[in-house]
Design a protein. Structure first.
Length: 82
């Protein structure tokens, strides 16, 4: 999966994809230990893809943090008593 494709996804979708990849990586490690893994290249490919997803998630989190920090604080509006 390309990083450009990942940048188009929302934070929720990226988090879901990361969880899915972690589970897949766990299963691949189990199969590798059991000796039933067809291709050990799947392990490194999944690790790299997970790293890409995590990198994009970190970028988006930093971007949101900068946006929030750059917004001026607005004074709290007093609430009307009923």
């Amino acid at each position: 999966m390309k990083a450009a494709e990942l940048r188009e996804l929302s934070v929720e979708e990226l988090a879901r994809k990361a969880a899915e990849m972690r589970e897949n990586l766990f299963n691949l490690k189990i199969r590798h230990a059991a000796g039933t893994l067809d291709s050990s290249a799947d392990l490194s490919k999944t690790k790299r893809d997970l790293a890409r997803v995590m990198t994009v998630l970190t970028e988006k989190a930093a971007q949101l943090k900068t946006q929030v920090a750059s917004q001026p604080e607005q004074p709290a509006q007093p609430q009307a008593k009923a």
